[in-house]
Design a protein around this ligand. Structure first.
Ligand code: HEC
Length: 476
């Protein structure tokens, strides 16, 4: 649907939220894509297992992976960005005394692929992505073997591995915006450790449109900064609650005079209508540069609403996070970032879908022509799909997106362990060339087994979404 239609659907969410009309029969989708197959062989260096043996013994030394020889280099590459002192994660994985007793948890979390956190399948069975926090089957096997061997230390004098240098931000003009200094996160709900707070920042685009070609996030207090989503908002666009985004944001901000910003969960705040999510960030990554020659248009006067997700499980205290925006006056090809949610749209077309209370695997499928995501795309001769932003709320479990080109179907993105806390955009390692008339089919699956009431589409914490944002540029 076009930006205007998405905005209209959000308007109607507000209008309909109190009065969910009769449910429509939810079309149900099919199962998961084919299994990725068997894992490869265990890649461990032989002979490094130097567990202490008593003097004079001639028994062969145990072989297998050790912490210093095999495991720490893997941790430095894939875990240290979060699991180090002052980071967002709960323990320092580079300290043997800390990591060894946790080897069963490490083996379990990596084999379940809940760690490192990355909710999209990057095995190659359904595309692959840049900046993928994804370890190989061999690396998972190595951690399992290390755990099975009793987490041997190996030689502590082995030189410590150096974590990879993060990607640098490319561009001539970097505009730095910062969340309000001194904001101290407080849990949104008693007993929980999460705070979702929105702040508005100004990228300083005055008279003529400019383009966002890359960004980098520098958290002020990394121990509490879990993720960040930057919504592009036209302050002068009108909203359902009367007035404009600007007056709506001012009203939200005024609800808590003692602190800057406002509470927000599903998007940029109740009644604020975003046009896209050009910025998505989680810890541990470096800068993100859009594919060379492309950038996302920022019209004069537009602002970014930054949804900060703070988590207080490990740290606390105030934060002021820098967002460094790489801006350009022109780009070869404008990249369009457009949002679409036909599940949300059922709220206003008289076919409201509900997720029945107690249902553990409720699925719903919708599809739409790629050109209908945004009016600009519909006019292109060919489309390059650069990336995807899947989005559901807390009941979401899986999302499968299929690309339908004539009678051919292929997997576009497969999220098989949705976690609201680790949402992000996924950019293709190899962009996909399509036509505006090709379709994307989206299947969402939710688990409402713990809910004793039906769940409706909407933007609130207790509502659900089945949104797919796309990043696309015209074929060169
Ligand atoms: C992007 C940041 C990030 C990266 C990278 C990361 N972790 Fe974590 N890890 C966390 C956070 C945050 C938690 C706390 C629980 C949560 O929020 O999911 C956690 C929790 C854990 C836990 C506790 C059990 C669990 O599953 O919650 C284990 C074990 C773990 N991580 C292992 C690893 C290993 C091994 C790697 C690298 C192969 C890794 N993590 C990479 C952020 C990260």
């Amino acid at each position: 649907m076009s930006r205007a239609v998405f905005a209209a659907s959000l308007l109607l969410v507000i209008a309909c939220a109190g009065d969910p009309s009769a449910p429509a029969d939810g079309e149900t989708g099919t199962g998961a894509p084919a299994d990725t197959g068997a894992s490869g062989s265990v890649a461990v260096s032989e002979g490094e297992g130097t567990a202490p043996t008593s003097e004079g013994e001639t028994t062969a030394e145990p072989t297998g992976p050790t912490f210093h020889g095999d495991v720490l280099p893997l941790f430095a590459q894939h875990c240290q960005g979060c699991h180090e002192p002052g980071g967002i994660a709960p323990f320092d994985i580079t300290d043997y005394a800390v990591a060894a007793p946790l080897s069963p948890a490490i083996a379990a979390a990596t084999s379940a692929r809940t760690m490192p956190p990355f909710v999209a399948d990057n095995s190659g069975a359904c595309r692959s992505f840049t900046h993928a926090r994804w370890i190989s089957d061999e690396e998972i096997d190595l951690l399992a073997a290390w755990d099975a061997a009793g987490a041997p230390e190996g030689d502590p004098t082995t030189p410590r591995p150096i974590p990879p240098a993060p990607d640098a931000l490319v561009g001539d003009e970097i505009v730095t915006v910062t969340t309000p200094a001194g904001y101290e996160p407080v849990a949104d709900e008693a007993g929980m450790a999460d705070d979702y707070q929105c702040f508005v920042v100004d990228p300083g685009v005055a008279d003529v449109a400019r383009y966002l070609v890359g960004y980098e996030v520098v958290p002020g207090n990394p121990a509490v900064t879990h993720h960040l989503i930057g919504f592009l908002v036209d302050p002068e666009a009108s909203t359902p609650l009367g007035g404009t985004n600007r007056t709506r944001m001012e009203a939200l901000d005024a609800e808590s005079p003692d602190q800057p910003g406002w509470d927000c969960y599903g998007a940029a705040g109740d009644g604020v209508l975003p046009e896209g999510t050009p910025v998505t960030w989680a810890p541990g990554g470096g800068a993100f540069n859009f594919p060379v020659g492309t950038g996302i248009r920022v019209d004069p006067g537009y602002v970014l609403v930054l949804q900060m997700h703070y988590n207080l499980a490990v740290g606390g205290g105030a934060d002021a996070t820098d967002l460094r925006l790489s801006m350009a006056d022109e780009v070869e090809r404008e990249a369009v970032n457009a949002l679409n949610d036909r599940f949300l749209a059922t709220l206003f077309n008289g076919t409201t879908v509900k997720i029945p209370a107690g249902e553990s695997e409720f699925q719903w499928t919708w599809s739409e022509r790629i050109g209908d995501w945004d009016d600009r795309i519909s006019g292109w001769n060919g489309v390059q799909l650069l990336g995807m932003l899947p989005h559901m709320h807390g009941l979401g479990r899986r999302m499968e997106v299929e690309l339908i080109q004539g009678d051919q179907r292929s997997c576009a993105i497969y999220v098989d362990r949705w976690d609201f806390n680790w949402q992000q955009a996924f950019m293709y390692a190899e962009p996909i060339n399509v036509m505006p008339g090709d379709e994307l089919q989206v299947t969402c699956e939710w688990d409402a087994s713990a809910r004793d009431r039906d769940t409706y589409p909407g933007l609130g914490t207790g509502d659900e979404m089945c949104l797919l944002g796309i990043y696309a540029a015209e074929l060169p």
